[in-house]
Write a protein that binds this ligand. Structure first.
Ligand code: SF4
Length: 262
């Protein structure tokens, strides 16, 4: 795969994840979440201009890319959230879906209504325990709006905090066991913008060991070129473009191909 132009690059992108900050009021309740580690490196906010400019590019190039306020933070505590949703949907001409992923902090039916009135299409609620799951179900039941997707996920925080050190059953093991060749399309399919402006590999690489550029100083062209270079490495070299990928046990974003069919 080669870099052709920005239209094609934005066209390949399926979802952009904006990390608005690395702040979360539940930080002490979820010690298995990497956010406390991430805050040590950067504890500010993602520049609003970076978000708005990115959305302008999506609109300009008619990209099919959705937007998600996601990654390691609680987006509902950011005072820009309603402004951003409204601006993106009603002023920038963005037509695709906009999602919010939240642990449900401070959400009730009134906040739900405000978010969706502003233009939010999809809300993913992460419930970390039974109590929180039941609370979220109650809010969801109270909030009836047919054109908004509300998804509640029971989430067990996994071992990603230690995945860089620990030997777990890895993707590499799975490849060997199943005699399979495959490559990960995450670098091309998603665009992860960290709170400090860096564009990183994917949510699993929370230590940001793979950085494609920084939107505070690098052009989109540079970032996309770096993404393609990484992707080509995963296809042509070893199966994995980065050490973290060899330890990734989530099988996300992969296109498995049985060797016999190649
Ligand atoms: S293999 Fe895992 S860590 Fe690597 S890009 Fe894909 S999802 Fe991310």
């Amino acid at each position: 795969m080669e870099f052709i132009n920005l239209k094609e690059s934005f066209g390949r992108c399926h979802r952009v994840y904006f990390e608005l900050s690395r702040k979360c009021p539940s930080i002490h309740e979820h010690p298995a979440c990497p956010i406390a580690e991430l805050k040590k490196e950067f504890d500010g906010f993602l520049d609003t201009d970076i978000i708005l400019d990115f959305v302008k590019q999506l609109v300009k190039y008619e990209s099919p890319c959705d937007i998600s306020f996601h990654i390691y933070n609680e987006p509902t505590i950011d005072c820009r959230l309603l402004y951003l949703i409204h601006k993106i949907k009603h002023h920038l001409g963005f037509k695709n879906k906009m999602a919010l992923r939240t642990s449900g902090w401070g959400l009730d039916k009134h906040v739900f209504k405000e978010l969706t009135d502003m233009g939010l299409d999809w809300i993913m609620l992460d419930a970390y325990n039974e109590k929180s799951y039941n609370e979220m179900r109650a809010v969801k039941n109270e909030f009836q709006k047919s054109d908004v997707a509300i998804q509640i996920k029971k989430l067990i925080l996994d071992n990603r905090l230690t995945m860089y050190q620990n030997r777990v059953r890895t993707l590499d093991d799975w490849v060997k066991d199943n005699d399979i060749e495959f490559y990960c399309i995450e670098a091309i399919k998603t665009f992860n913008v960290s709170a400090n402006g860096e564009v990183n590999l994917c949510e699993w690489d929370w230590r940001n060991t793979v950085i494609f550029g920084n939107l505070n100083k690098d052009s989109y062209e540079t970032v996309f070129r770096n993404k393609i270079e990484f992707f080509n490495k995963t296809k042509e070299g070893t199966r994995f473009g980065a050490e973290v990928c060899a330890k990734c046990e989530y099988l996300r974003g992969f296109k498995p191909t049985h060797k016999s069919s190649v």
